[in-house]
Design a protein around this ligand. Structure first.
Ligand code: IVH
Length: 677
């Protein structure tokens, strides 16, 4: 076949694939491939069309984005098209963009002080809001750019979107555009709930936002933690707006519309790149997902002069960050055994670069999730790694499953110790029943025991623990205190010095607190907060050992499930034996008088939850302050919570508080509250 015949075929095939993905993405809200793969297809097609301009047709996906709206919603015609953005994937491509801008504007030389409005590229769904006489009249999706769906009833449920503008002098008709998104914490919390309930999870926050906006029942949208930042205006009548993009956004902010606080005016390519690097470095700590940054020529007069080509303006470009979702192939599915025996399926992957690192394992969460996603060996899957979240398999690409694959089954026996694997009625998690007979559980328990917030034994890493367990040198935490310097020095990758250091830190760990000791025992459901409550309430180990479930229920934070777990733990002779041996080896703590929670104080009867990091004090200090004033501090937010105190990087607890309409205080407000007492 001739060379150009090849190109025709290739172009046709790429167009078919892109059309298919557009449909999955825009119409079904169910994308099949990650953006990175979609972008590659579009770029291949663009390159071929550049080489063969004679083959460009008006229905090529490069000439049009998105897809037709679904019928269930009314249709909205966008009087001004909602454009999309061209992408730059490198500094070179950004330089080329800047050069084109300079040339078109006939500016001199490099003009490296041209102002750009730099903004995060928010990863959500584009929405148009129409305000008439300051009232929210209509909300619409972008759709295909010319026609979108009427989602007025849904946007009205989003708190960040004012139903009335504030201030005055706004144009009598003003269409604003922006991105509706689901903050990361809300997304994680939503998916966790869905997983626990055995329901379908959202593949990523963007999809979650788009899906939530297209609910037919606005009550469902209202339950989703959605937020919005506006980033431009569309139709404006009877009113004046400033002459620069950044000033327009400042003005919108004054009228009560939210704009992204990370936006900034920068100079030339150097300013753009510095913004990109800075934001890229902070990407993981932002509370919402972004997939790059957008640079817009700041002068609106310049924007008008530059105009746009088919689908995108010439005055703006998106500079993408490395993808957080990629395609790879599953080489195997294994089952890992955790401290409490939980058997977790893990996919072994062909290594792939995603979210800035090379990933070769990804969690499949639990057996139900594995079944629902039906991940099989040989499958091509989407893996996602966002921030410091563990990489996960998002979904399988159905069309790429090789022949002869079989569903993965939950093993009947523990892959490590061979004990039975069982699953309690109604539990998502399957567990190895081997208990401490199982080396995997033993090793995990030991890792917990030595961890910083438990017994804090420095220098005893995971590898060494696994070795010591494998040669049966350590069976329980009590055996740690029998380790001698000589035998440690003889272990792999250990020297005289590090062996001595380890012996020293084991010795040092003997002086601890009751609360740490209880936490380090690894009793199911007993985290740090519960351990601290138990220690404060009973004052001594002996009293806890003899406490009935009823006595235990009197402790802050202890409910029936926790009480029964604690009782069951101390009813095991094996556990009592380990505790005795630990004490015999010299592990000790100061015992105190049993102390009930203070029965007086200005915060009596008030329940607090702390989330995120405070700048003026540690969370523990804040907790002590609250407790000393008679208040209670618990670990999770419920309707009974009175206040949620949030600091930097607050997570799902803050979102939950907002959903339950629990009062939230930032650090300054919290300090004020304390000061006012
Ligand atoms: S400006 C004419 N600014 O990216 C410019 N878009 O690929 C059109 N997006 O549909 C939009 N953050 O959904 C603009 N700060 C931002 C953005 C942004 C995210 C999305 C938007 C748009 C898509 C374009």
């Amino acid at each position: 076949m001739s060379k150009s015949g090849d190109s025709v075929k290739q172009i046709e095939s790429l167009r078919d694939q892109i059309r298919h993905h557009n449909y999955r993405y825009h119409v079904l809200d169910d994308p099949e491939v990650p953006d990175a793969e979609y972008d590659r297809l579009v770029r291949q097609l663009q390159a071929l069309e550049r080489d063969h301009p004679e083959l460009i047709t008006s229905d090529s996906p490069t000439q049009r984005v998105g897809d037709t709206p679904i019928k269930a919603f009314g249709t909205v015609e966008h009087r001004l098209p909602m454009l999309s953005l061209d992408n730059a994937f490198s500094a070179d491509e950004l330089h080329e963009f800047h050069r084109r801008v300079i040339d078109r504007l006939e500016l001199e030389n490099d003009n490296d002080d041209l102002d750009y409005a730099a903004e995060p590229k928010l990863d959500g769904a584009a929405v148009s809001l129409l305000y008439v006489d300051g009232r929210l009249e209509r909300g619409a999706t972008r759709g295909d750019g010319t026609r979108g769906e009427d989602i007025t009833h849904n946007v009205r449920t989003i708190d960040a979107i004012p139903l009335r503008l504030i201030g005055k002098d706004y144009p009598s008709t003003m269409e604003v555009r922006g991105e509706v998104f689901m903050p990361k914490a809300g997304f994680e919390a939503y998916n966790q709930r869905a997983r626990d309930a055995g329901e379908k999870t959202f593949v990523n926050p963007r999809n979650a936002a788009a899906g939530s906006l297209r609910q037919l029942d606005p009550r469902l949208t209202a339950e989703r933690p959605l937020d919005m930042y506006v980033y431009s205006v569309g139709v404006v009548e009877d009113g004046e707006l400033p002459g620069r993009h950044s000033e327009v956004l400042d003005q919108l902010q004054e009228w009560g519309l939210k704009t992204c606080p990370e936006r900034k005016v920068v100079k030339g390519v150097a300013g753009c790149l510095a913004f990109y690097d800075d934001l890229g470095g902070r990407r993981d700590s932002l509370s919402y997902e972004i997939d790059g940054v957008v640079y817009k020529v700041n002068s609106l007069a310049d924007q008008r002069e530059l105009g746009f080509v088919s689908r995108a303006p010439r005055w703006a470009i998106a500079h993408k960050f490395p993808a957080q979702e990629e395609l790879t192939v599953v080489q195997g599915v294994e089952f890992q055994v955790g401290r409490t025996g939980a058997v977790t399926p893990v996919a072994r992957l062909e290594p792939v670069f995603v979210g800035g690192v090379t990933v070769s394992n990804a969690t499949l969460h639990n057996i139900d999730e594995l079944r629902r996603k039906d991940v099989r060996v040989g499958d091509t899957v989407i893996v996602r790694r966002a921030g410091d979240v563990i990489p996960e398999v998002v979904s399988v690409i159905d069309g790429r499953r090789p022949k002869g694959t079989k569903p993965v089954r939950l093993p009947r026996k523990c892959p490590v110790c061979g004990s039975k694997v069982s699953r309690e009625e109604g539990e998502a998690v399957a567990r190895c029943t081997g208990g401490l007979y199982c080396p995997a559980q033993r090793a995990e328990e030991l890792k917990h025991f030595v961890s910083r917030r438990a017994m804090d034994i420095d220098g005893l890493g995971a590898k060494l623990i696994e070795q010591l367990v494998a040669i049966d040198r350590i069976n329980t935490p009590a055996d740690l205190y029998q380790l001698r310097q000589e035998e440690l020095a003889a272990m792999e990758r250990m020297g005289e010095k590090s062996a001595q250091n380890l012996v020293d830190s084991i010795e040092k760990s003997k002086g601890t607190t009751l609360s740490r000791f209880l936490y380090s025992l690894g009793i199911r459901e007993v985290g740090e907060a519960t351990a601290a409550s138990l220690a404060a309430h009973f004052g001594s180990l002996a009293t806890i050992l003899s406490a009935s479930e009823e006595n235990l229920l009197a402790v802050t934070d202890v409910g029936p499930v926790v009480a029964s777990r604690i009782r069951a733990f101390f009813d095991e002779d094996h556990n009592l034996d380990v505790i005795k041996r630990l004490q015999d080896s010299g592990v000790h703590w100061a015992e105190t008088e049993p102390r009930a929670a203070p029965d007086d104080g200005p915060l009596l009867g008030k329940t607090f939850v702390l989330t995120g990091s405070l700048s003026g004090m540690t969370r523990d200090e804040a907790k002590e302050r609250i407790q000393s004033l008679g208040g209670k501090v618990t670990g999770s937010v419920s309707k009974k919570t009175d206040f949620v105190i949030f600091g930097e990087k607050a997570g799902s607890k803050l979102t939950k508080a907002q959903q339950l309409e629990v009062a939230t205080l930032d650090e300054a407000q919290f300090m004020k509250l304390l000061a006012g007492i």
